[in-house]
Ligand binder design. Sequence first.
Ligand code: ADP
Ligand code: MG
Length: 354
Amino acid sequence: MSSLSITGVTKSFGTGPTATRAVDDVTLHVPHGSFTTVLGPSGCGKTTLLRLIAGFLVPDAGSIAFGDTTVAGDGVRPVPPQARHVGYVPQEGALFPHLDVAANIAFGLPGHARAGREGRERVAEMLDLVELPAHFADRRPDELSGGQQQRVALARSLAPQPAVVLLDEPFSSLDASLRGTTAIAVRRALAATGTTALLVTHDQNEALSLADQVAVMRGGRLVQSAPPAEVYLSPSDPQVAEFVGRAVVLPGTATDARATCALGEVVLSEAATGPVALMIRPEQVYVDLTHAEGVRGSVEEVSYYGHDCAVQVRLDDGTSVLARMAGVRHPVAGDTVHLRVTGLVRAYRPAGAP
Ligand code: ADP
Ligand code: MG
């Protein structure tokens, strides 16, 4: 196991006016034994970043190091993929269909360890680690569910005790109910082995719930890397706020620790002055059904999820605001409600301001 350091890494495809800068000056540190998720929309450069780390691509600029060992950049000859001791779990279709589970898991072990007692013990240990029964060793991949196949893929990547494990949207082909349980099993297995891991995903729930650190990517660039709660509560800009969860972004005017906006007066997390863009999470918008306290509006739409519901409200001034409230007692479309903002609000310099 080792830490992973990516410093100023850039990679373009093609040349001239049609060139795509898939990864643009990315700097990221994944501490030894920790779990980082990279969150970004499709096409933002996530897979390219993993392929650079694994050694399938060579950066145009910047460097990549595992612990103190530079594997690419800084004038060193790029270390080939097989010598990097990286475990790679691709999106899907990761397993060799003609090999049974045991042979798949043992695939990356040194030749002498692949067969015999040592290999069988390692396979059993890995199945246990990913919470699959021992008798699955004899099954073929097509006799497993999608979630079980992804657990085997993780077991195969961990069997040779890699320095770093890279997971490329490993749960995206699974249906919602399997996704959660598979993700938790994967996190447990990584934690139990103390493996340094980088998982890329476009799913914000996955990114926030699994990792110690979330790195948000946009258009090839890394725009923020921080613990999950910090990314959610203090996104580096309103676009990150809207990508990581839902956000109500309203123009306002700040004076020290307060600001006024369409939702009335709000308290800021940090003092600001003048025109600002205010970022309010929908669960911070309190929907008052009985008292006429707060800013009046009319309910346009309610989406009921059971544990809670999302309420779209049109304020009297025309502003549209999303509120999230417990599902026990909720309004219906056409109701008049009053809204207030609770908790601290993050203020940003408005777009286009100097
Ligand atoms: P993601 O995994 O976030 O969806 P990718 O890393 O696959 O994004 O792609 C990032 C960008 O680089 C995209 O615009 C994609 O079309 C481009 N790209 C990726 N691989 C290649 C390649 N081998 N040749 C040319 N363009 C590529
Ligand atoms: Mg991808």
